[in-house]
Design a protein around this ligand. Sequence first.
Ligand SMILES: [Mg+2]
Length: 131
Amino acid sequence: MSTIKELQQRVGEINAANGWRTTNEAELDGKARVNSQITRLALITTEVAEAIEEIRNGHAVDETYYPDAHPFAVGTGAAPFKPEGVPSELADIVIRALDAAGAWGIDLEAIIEEKLAYNITRGHRHGGKAV
Ligand SMILES: [Mg+2]
């Protein structure tokens, strides 16, 4: 089992190998940097939308299915089928969050621990919120 820190490192390495880490946002000027940051966050919401569509299409939230063989994986030893379904989209949400954190120099594992330590103090339904 990997730690969140290890997963964050792997996500960065895989995304770099796949050509997604070609721009160092810190080197961009103001508007370009902000646009890049917003794009990263917007792409997290696209994964949420994909999860919603899975449910709308009748898939159970715990269902993983494999519609097509991945043509680039055949013969490489990599998983030949792309997993689809809500579990896969939840993974994509986490992967994109880890990628953003890695690109921005954020230790996501540390901030998750910090947030959990805070959340435990928030009380029942965070002060009576309905949802
Ligand atoms: Mg997805």
